[in-house]
Design a protein around this ligand. Structure first.
Ligand code: NAP
Length: 333
């Protein structure tokens, strides 16, 4: 008998998540039936999308999310005991899984070998955030050598990779992040210029950006939305490309920071395209293999902010939402 712990979405979020939004429960799992297996979480992910996505789930649902887990019992030939898997099993220590159930683009998979690198990378650079950077930037921004790329949320899981991939492609890269330490790390990674947006008054942000990107902006990878993005849009060059990845500045806010930046798209003939990373589900392993190769070649570096203990899931989640992480935020069980 396996007893699973699970975090329940106890009460709808209002503003920044609080303790009252979460409840820890236990559940005894049945033995796996045919084509089922039991997964024991090793690392769990906390991601920004959990904040807006949970709004479409009723209270009482298990918190959604990905994890890297070990198969501990199995009646499924492709998920043998001992395999390390990625699965969207939610905030649970143990899960009874039927891998054929659920949406086709978010089914569990056995992690490919990561060499000497930790399995937690399956939640970051060698998983969803890595593929978000790889596909979301290269496919939508189509960067060309010598162009200027601006990345917001630059020191996070996705942004830190986007900037490095832009450098690999020969671009000049400006990163926007929320602390001097984060900006220092970005410059170590090869970013050409950084802006600590928390040190710049909102009214002065456009000037700070102009100083960091005097030739204007050709590609913008947008993780945050709000006034930061409004300022970047104002400094886009003709035929600039914008990959709209996320709008975290609005996730916990009652009202959006800015209204109607769309007119700039008309006058500057910009192309902005939203995306969900699973658009590239059929090319998933290509992204993981390429990012792994760049790591092995020393061209892609990563950082993780690891919180210890499944009981700390809500705290790690809130810390990530408020900038407590550098690189990928993960929780170690
Ligand atoms: N479209 C997709 O398929 C897809 C996939 C993955 C992620 N995303 C999106 O990509 C973005 C980054 O995700 P991630 O996993 O890499 O998270 P992350 O950047 O590792 O963590 C979130 C970061 O957001 C920053 N932040 C919080 N509030 C902010 C605000 N008001 N203004 C500006 N920055 C703020 C914080 O860093 P600072 O200290 O710099 O403020 C925090 O560390 C999110 O918007 C997420 O929803 C989209």
């Amino acid at each position: 008998m396996v007893v699973a712990k699970k975090w329940i979405y106890a009460k709808p979020f209002e503003g920044l998540p609080k303790d009252e939004n979460f409840r820890l429960e236990e559940e005894t799992l049945p033995e796996p039936g045919e084509n089922e297996f039991v997964a024991e979480a090793v690392f769990l992910s906390v991601d920004p999308y959990m904040r807006p996505y949970m709004a479409s789930y009723p209270a009482g649902t298990v918190m959604i999310g990905g994890q890297v887990a070990k198969v501990t019992a199995s009646r499924h030939p492709q998920f043998p005991v001992g395999a390390t898997v990625f699965g969207n099993f939610g905030w649970r220590t143990h899960t009874l899984v039927n891998p054929e159930q659920g949406a086709a683009d978010s089914r569990p998979y056995v992690l490919p070998p990561f060499g000497a690198h930790p399995a937690s990378l399956g939640l970051g650079v060698l998983g969803m955030p890595g593929n978000t950077a790889y596909f979301g930037f290269l496919e939508l921004c189509q960067p060309k050598q010598g162009e200027t790329v601006v990345v917001s949320g630059a020191a996070g899981a996705v942004g830190s990779l986007v900037g490095q991939i832009a450098k690999i492609k020969g671009c000049r890269v400006v990163g926007i992040a929320g602390s001097d330490d984060k900006c220092g790390w970005l410059r170590e990674l090869g970013f050409d210029a950084t802006i600590n947006y928390r040190q710049v008054e909102r009214d002065a942000f456009a000037d700070a950006l102009r100083a960091a990107a005097p030739g204007g902006v050709d590609c913008y990878f947008d993780n945050v939305g709000g006034y930061i993005s409004e300022a970047v849009l104002g400094q886009m060059n003709l035929y600039g490309r914008i990959s709209v990845c996320g709008t975290i500045s609005n996730y916990n806010a009652e009202r959006a920071q800015v209204a109607d930046p769309q007119r700039l798209f008309v006058f500057k003939q910009l192309r902005q395209e939203g995306f969900i990373v699973t658009r590239w589900a059929k090319r998933w392993m290509e992204g993981i293999r390429q990012n792994l190769q760049w790591i092995e070649e020393g061209r892609l570096r990563y950082q993780e902010t690891v919180t210890d203990g499944f009981e700390q899931m809500p705290a790690a989640f809130v810390s990530m939402l408020t900038g407590g992480n550098t690189g990928k935020a993960v929780v170690k069980v």
